[in-house]
Design a protein around this ligand. Structure first.
Ligand code: 5GP
Length: 298
């Protein structure tokens, strides 16, 4: 007979493994909140849909302090104001408590609303290692009607990269000359290192011909295009989670530790700017993300 008070060794080991896993999953949700990979409202929705999920079992105080700019004393004031006990978990909130928390979040950190605007000039940006290049390559292969802009860069080609196809690899003097002659629609120094810019002429030609153009550029470039072409549609590509983004960056193995740290810092900053974009697309599956981006074209 099984004694509920004293479960056999194997059960206890399995239970503690499960507890460790659950804690890890909750820590992952907290990182997603801190880095803004998910909105707090989305986590609240997940908690309601499944109270036993990582979101559902997250304690409300932990949820609050994971949000940007909320410390412990602010957290305590919020809990008191909303009438929520600090032992409550997100999935265990009453209807009224959930509504007041939701209202509080909407007032302070509203979720970005998609602007229903299609355009023939699509700009795709997103944090480093989110897979912009892969999604862009997929679109290039499956949507030949869309022109993928080829940027100029001062960085050296990586193995397998072809000049004129992946980038125009140019030296500093050439890049300076391109800026001076107004050849670039936008340009920026990315990751504090190399310069990248979008040649204007091929884009204007394609747009004149009625084609759709896709730019895969960094955040600074996206902002410049917004200034230069107000009707451009800006798409922000999101990772399924912060941990997945870190995994992709490490897995790529093309950068050393210092460069990886620099890129992760940039990624955090970039994620914080997603509200400037018209659309957000989660890159969990490359083909699906590519389909969603391509569907934004006229
Ligand atoms: P990579 O060196 O890995 O090919 O690209 C580094 C970053 O440069 C990526 O985030 C990419 O989006 C960005 N990038 C590539 N081309 C351009 C461009 O023409 N303009 C700007 N602003 N960023 C670019």
């Amino acid at each position: 007979m099984v004694d509920a008070q004293h479960p056999p060794e194997v059960d206890r080991a399995a239970a503690s493994r499960k507890a460790v896993e659950a804690r890890r999953a909750r820590a992952s949700v907290k990182r997603d909140l801190t880095t803004r990979v998910v909105t707090p409202q989305e986590v609240l929705r997940r908690a309601e849909a499944d109270p036993t999920s990582a979101a559902g079992t997250l304690r409300v105080p932990d949820f609050l302090t994971a949000l940007p700019a909320i410390g412990q004393s602010k957290r305590d004031r919020i809990l008191e104001q909303l009438g929520i006990s600090p032992v409550k978990r997100l999935g265990g909130l009453g209807v009224r408590q959930r509504a007041s928390l939701r209202e509080w979040l909407d007032a302070r950190m509203p979720e970005p609303e998609p602007r229903p605007q299609r355009s023939r000039l699509l700009v795709m940006a997103g944090p480093t290692a989110v897979g912009k290049g892969t999604v862009a390559a997929h679109i290039k292969e499956h949507h030949p009607e869309i022109l993928l802009s080829v940027s100029a860069t001062t960085r050296a080609p990586r193995p397998g990269e072809v000049d004129g196809e992946h980038y125009y690899f140019v030296d500093d003097e050439t890049f300076d000359a391109m800026i001076a002659s107004g050849e670039l629609l936008e340009y920026a120094t990315v990751h504090n290192r190399h310069r990248y810019g979008t040649p204007r002429a091929p884009i204007e030609k394609a747009l004149r011909e009625g084609r759709t153009v896709l730019l895969e550029i960094d955040l600074q470039g996206a902002r410049q295009v917004r200034e230069a072409a107000a009707d451009a549609a800006l798409v922000f590509l999101l990772p399924p989670s912060w941990d997945e983004l870190v995994q992709r960056l490490v897995g790529r193995g093309t950068e050393d530790a210092e460069e990886r740290a620099r890129r992760l810092k940039t990624a955090r900053r970039e994620l914080a700017a997603q509200h400037e974009f018209d659309y957000r697309v989660v890159n969990a599956d490359v083909a699906e993300a590519a389909r969603e981006v391509a569907a934004l074209a006229h």
